[in-house]
Design a protein around this ligand. Structure first.
Ligand code: NDP
Ligand code: 8X3
Length: 253
């Protein structure tokens, strides 16, 4: 039985990924800060699910939780680095510095901490797959994307650089780069509990769902071991591109 470790299992993509992987016959370690949600998930999913409650931005907690896994949950075959968040949509000169730091601590430092702790066991076995959750925000700039997009661009380049370091091994690395996805808490978190504003974003649009993302994660891992999908960008069919902005009133003297 393959063992997967999914960070951010208490909501959204991570929750759907855990359920999809368990249905496909994996054993899954699910993580997140909200221990009560993880316990409820364990009651629902049974013995093939191991809850580990910790904050990925706290290195001590992360090391403690991952290094003290029961022996039968060692040797992770699939690491899904999904835990992450956006905070705020203000322009750079108005954004909260504390929000920027939290995104960096979670999306960048948390992701690299978990990766650094799990990767040696993959290298020792010359086997494994790391699937990171990037975003289209790491590929295309948009107003208010500032540090969030920066963290996702980091994840894209870190994923490719991991491939470079793992040359000659059988370990695979993929970056999933979704666009507009509903059915998660992403925008409720970004808009700090303004659920009405969050809901508006998903009105009258067929967005990508957490189950769609979970199926992509499963599909990536189900490719034959000699096939590595480096990056996969996914948008709703209803989401496309706008022309670049040109301001015709701006006169600089
Ligand atoms: P949700 O807010 O629904 O879920 C985020 C998950 O991350 C939760 O389980 C949360 O758990 C966990 N998490 C957040 N901060 C921490 C932390 N410090 N330590 C541990 N766990 C943490 O968001 P989504 O499912 O929508 O997003 C998942 C990933 O996908 C993120 O990386 C996001 O950037 C990315 N993404 C999302 C898109 C979207 O439109 N939804 C599009 C593109 C990418 P808890 O609060 O219990 O700690
Ligand atoms: C989430 C997608 O466009 O809100 O990463 O940044 S977007």
């Amino acid at each position: 039985m393959k063992i997967a470790l999914v960070t951010g299992a208490t909501a959204g993509f991570g929750l759907a990924i855990c359920k999809t992987l368990i249905s496909a016959g994996y054993k899954v370690i699910g993580t997140g800060r909200r221990a009560e949600r993880l316990s409820a998930l364990q009651a629902e999913l049974g013995e093939h699910f191991l809850p580990l409650a910790f904050d990925v931005s706290n290195l001590q907690q992360t090391e403690q939780a991952l290094n003290n896994r029961p022996n039968e949950w060692k040797n992770v075959d699939l690491l899904v680095n999904n835990a992450g968040l956006a905070l705020g949509l203000e322009p750079a000169h108005q954004a909260e510095l504390s929000d920027w730091y939290q995104m960096i601590d979670t999306n960048i430092k948390g992701l690299v901490s978990v990766t650094r702790l799990i990767l040696p066991e993959m290298v020792a076995r010359n086997s494994g797959h790391i699937i990171n959750l990037g975003s289209i925000a790491g590929n295309y700039p948009y107003p208010g994307g500032n540090v969030y997009g920066g963290t996702k661009a980091f994840i894209k380049q870190f994923s490719l650089n991991l491939r470079a370091d793992l040359a000659g091994t059988a370990i695979r690395v993929s970056n999933v780069e979704p666009g507009l996805c509903g059915g998660t808490e992403f925008s409720n978190v970004r808009f700090k509990g303004d659920d009405e504003k969050a809901a508006k974003l998903y009105e009258n649009v067929q967005y990508v769902s957490p189950e769609d993302i979970a199926n992509i994660v499963l599909w990536l891992n189900q490719q034959p071991p000699h096939v590595n999908i480096n990056r996969i960008e996914v948008m709703p069919t209803a989401q496309t591109f706008s022309p670049l902005a040109v301001n015709r009133e701006l006169v600089i003297k």
